[in-house]
Design a protein around this ligand. Sequence first.
Ligand code: MV4
Length: 449
Amino acid sequence: MFSKILIANRGEIAVRIIRACRELGIETIAVYSTADRDSLHVKMADQAVCIGGAAARDSYLNISNLIAAAKNLGADAIHPGYGFLAENPYFANLCQTHGIKFIGPRADVIEALGDKVRAREIARAAAVPLVPGSDGAVNSYEEALEIAENIGYPVMIKASAGGGGKGMRLAQSRESLKEALSTARLEASSAFGNEQIYMEKYIEEPRHIEIQVLGDEAGHLIHLGERDCSLQRRNQKLLEESPSSCLDPATRKKMGEVALNTARAADYYSAGTVEFLVDKYGQFFFIEMNTRIQVEHPVSEMVTGIDIVKEQIRIAAGYSLSYAQEDVKLDGWAIECRVNAEDPQRNFQPSPGTIGQYIVPGGPGVRVDSSVYSNYTITPYYDSMMAKVIVWGKDRPEAIQRMKRALNEFVIENVPTTIPFHLMVLDNAFFQRGEVYTNFIQRRMSNGR
Ligand code: MV4
């Protein structure tokens, strides 16, 4: 087992990784930018080193400073968390070159699955159901026109180097295809330095269902059931739950198998997430596979009792999985609400500032993964998430009730947060019936913001 791990991240995920390391008896090194000197992960780690200025590119994205810190402080491994360099194959490779274990999949697997066209080809080869669309990349308008005629409008044009909803353009009809194509290509080229695009049939009112997988380096693979992440705003997930209220047991079983087939076809190990869209007829389609631990991993931990981050670290240290598939039992219902320093009254604009009193909820079935504390100053340099409230209930009604109780208990003075928005969603009749689609907020929330 590793004796020392450097956490190449900040915020609540850095705190989460430190906790997993502590339980495994592993020393931790925190890295921080000049703006994060007073952050919680710095206080909690055994050692901490400043790796650069406030801007992420000078610190949390500064690969040479990260590698230098790991080598100088004798880290055996680096955990990248999510975001920043977590899905950067070059960084994963460089860790390996320097004899530092990258806690995640192999670099070539990160690269293959990060290229959405290649990911589709891997899935197709494994007979995984895909959204009808282009076989590979779309290279010309004529080609796009022919595919669109075959699959029918509207069509979604996506950047191969995109993902998570970034770099997507909708073409409603033949007339708008040409312009949508050229815009998508331009956006892909400027946002990702890779103009490759592909096409999919637009799925109306999809549910976003993802399956958590865990694989070890000996090829054992298990899944931990699904997470329903359909409640999004501008492609930002706001609330996630496990299991999903839109899956019947047969579909759940099938989706788990398909997710494992996808991971096996990709020669996957570590923690990963296979993302699907489910249409209003209950058909599911693979859209992408994420090669990192995700923000919403705690809802899977709450219903399975499995510590995903500890498993990820054990796998990287060469141990085989602690569980076989038959050991994985889903019990009860979990919901996660992301508490962001954003003001729902002002169109969710970020609301950095100094927190006054900060009192987190507790009691039966409540977990808070937080990165802030009383009198902490939230800076504007990074994403606005300050805490995640995750609850477990014996069923969905109890989980909803418990989340409302927990959010009402949460005291965060002087900084506007998304808590009031979550309380409105939890009170919404459509949400309570499990009718949550991607356009839920626009269609089902009175203010529609
Ligand atoms: C789609 C789609 C509709 N049709 N693809 C891709 C990444 C994922 N995070 C969201 N993505 C979507 N891909 C096709 N062919 C709609 C979305 C989508 C979405 C899907 C489920 C739940 C929330 C969503 C929010 C915005 C876009």
